[in-house]
Design a protein around this ligand. Structure first.
Ligand SMILES: [Zn+2]
Length: 472
């Protein structure tokens, strides 16, 4: 029945998805605020078309959140579905083969900004839901949808909403479909995401810039001082010199390490095509997966100071700034690492310099317990369509909302139907259409299985109806 849904409806589904992708909902650019709202309205209209009796655009200080509830089916479990309708800016525009907001199919791939991250995957879940609707648009389980428009720009609307109304996260499981397969044919669930500690280190050594002929040899140079400080934060072998940094790290389990060793991995292809370097650096006595998934990092993102114009200007800079960040792994806390970084910089800063470390933003790492029965149900769905259960991997990046979705105790399933070469945040982002069609089948199967065994459905009233009751 699900297969025939995709076969029968394919051309309509493509028309709908293209319509959604044509809206340039770039959350970071104020000029596109209206487009973000249009994307939220497109989703609301679509959820209403799918028969949801509760569909709301929730306002906040930023782009709105879309909330919807399926018709209530007593005694059935509730699934919370999260996704985001905003996208990254598309530049550099001249690197796109076809324009980012004119979705185009080439070779079974649909090219557009947001095709994979995350509009295409949101669409996949909506269509899986449509595929399992029975007569009168009744689903086999209760589904609550929450879609935000600020995932890519670090906004707070969804955080504010879930902090004031945590009951919205009350569910038997939360499903986040914003990730990718490990490789073609290899579905994945994610057991951990790294956190982040982003800081600016600024150094002042003089009240004003000086002439390097007159004062060179005696005056402290702010850029040189900054570079010396930075060089002491990390050794040439990749070891980071921030006090207590490695002590807090919870090492991956033996099961995780064994699993990672068995994943297909082409180191030559990884080096030359993905990393595009001559050699990998860092803690070379650890495997690549330990280094990108299970260990903290320290990267310098940019340095500002002195003279960088055309030609030569002989100046001793008075002031210099560097932007740096650490990726954090389970066991570590953003606040602790921030303090430790401030201490590490203070320890190596010379007497003659005023040195400040400002923490710009960050978040804690996330760990997901994939032993919850909801993961078995998802694996059954993967197995029925893909012939393989999901591999358990980690991700090097972060999705800040994930811990909040588990506030009321629901297990948070992090998965997706993208492929590693989808080009998220890059020019020519794409979604492989065969993944979309398979994905609809996988999640439709998941909804059916979850309806049967995903929980006992004891929480009978929905958050919106409770809110209305409370207001009366
Ligand atoms: Zn995303």
């Amino acid at each position: 029945m699900i297969d025939s849904f995709v076969e029968r409806e394919q051309s309509r589904l493509l028309t709908e998805l293209k319509e959604f992708l044509e809206i340039p909902s770039i959350s970071a650019l104020p000029a596109h605020a209206g487009d973000c709202r249009r994307a939220a309205e497109w989703l609301s209209a679509h959820l209403r078309y799918l028969g949801c009796p509760v569909v709301k655009i929730v306002e906040g200080k930023g782009h709105p959140v879309v909330w919807a509830e399926s018709p209530h089916i007593p005694g059935r479990p509730t699934l919370l579905i999260y996704g985001h309708y905003d996208v990254q800016p598309p530049d550099p525009l001249d690197e796109w083969t076809t324009p980012p907001f004119s979705p185009t199919i080439r070779n079974d791939k649909l090219y557009a900004r947001g095709a994979a991250d995350d509009k295409g995957q949101v669409f996949c879940l909506l269509k899986a839901y449509e595929a399992v609707l029975g007569p009168n648009r009744q689903p086999p389980l209760n589904v609550h949808f929450i879609f935000e428009g600020e995932e890519e720009c670090g906004g707070h609307v969804i955080f504010d909403l879930l902090h004031t109304e945590p009951e919205r996260t009350r569910a038997d499981a939360a499903l986040v479909c914003d990730m990718s397969y490990y490789a073609p044919g290899w579905p994945a669930v994610y057991t951990a995401l790294r956190g982040l500690c982003y800081a600016e280190i600024s150094v002042r050594t003089l009240q004003r810039d000086l002439h390097s002929g007159t004062y060179g040899g005696v005056a402290p140079n702010a850029l040189e001082t900054l570079v010396r400080i930075l060089s002491q934060l990390k050794a040439g072998n990749g070891e980071i010199h921030v006090p207590g940094l490695y002590e807090a790290v919870e090492p991956p389990t033996k099961l995780e390490l064994d699993t990672w060793k068995k994943l297909p991995f082409d180191s030559e292809q990884f080096l030359t095509e993905e990393v595009t370097a001559r050699e990998l650096t860092g803690l070379t006595d650890r495997t690549v997966y330990e280094r990108v998934w299970a260990l903290p990092t320290l990267e310098i993102h940019g340095i500002r100071g002195g003279f960088i114009g055309e030609g030569a200007k002989t100046v001793i800079p008075a002031q210099a700034t560097a932007k740096v960040s650490l990726r954090l792994v389970p066991g570590q806390k953003f606040a602790d690492v921030g303090r430790a970084l401030q201490l590490a910089v203070k320890n190596v800063a010379p007497e003659w310099a005023d040195v400040d470390v400002t923490l710009l933003h960050g978040g804690d790492p996330v760990q997901v317990d994939v032993n919850h029965p909801a993961f078995d149900i998802l694996n059954e769905a993967f197995e029925s369509v893909e012939g393989r259960r999901a591999v358990q991997v980690r991700a090097g990046g972060s999705i800040p909302i994930v811990p909040e979705l588990g506030l009321e105790g629901a297990p948070v399933i992090l998965t997706g139907i993208g492929l590693p070469d989808d080009g998220l945040h890059s020019p020519n982002e794409k979604l492989t259409l065969s993944q979309l069609w398979k994905g609809i089948g996988i999640f439709a199967r998941f909804f059916e299985l979850f309806a049967e065994k995903g929980g006992n459905g004891t929480d009978s009233a929905s958050p919106e109806s409770k809110r209305k009751a409370a207001a009366r």
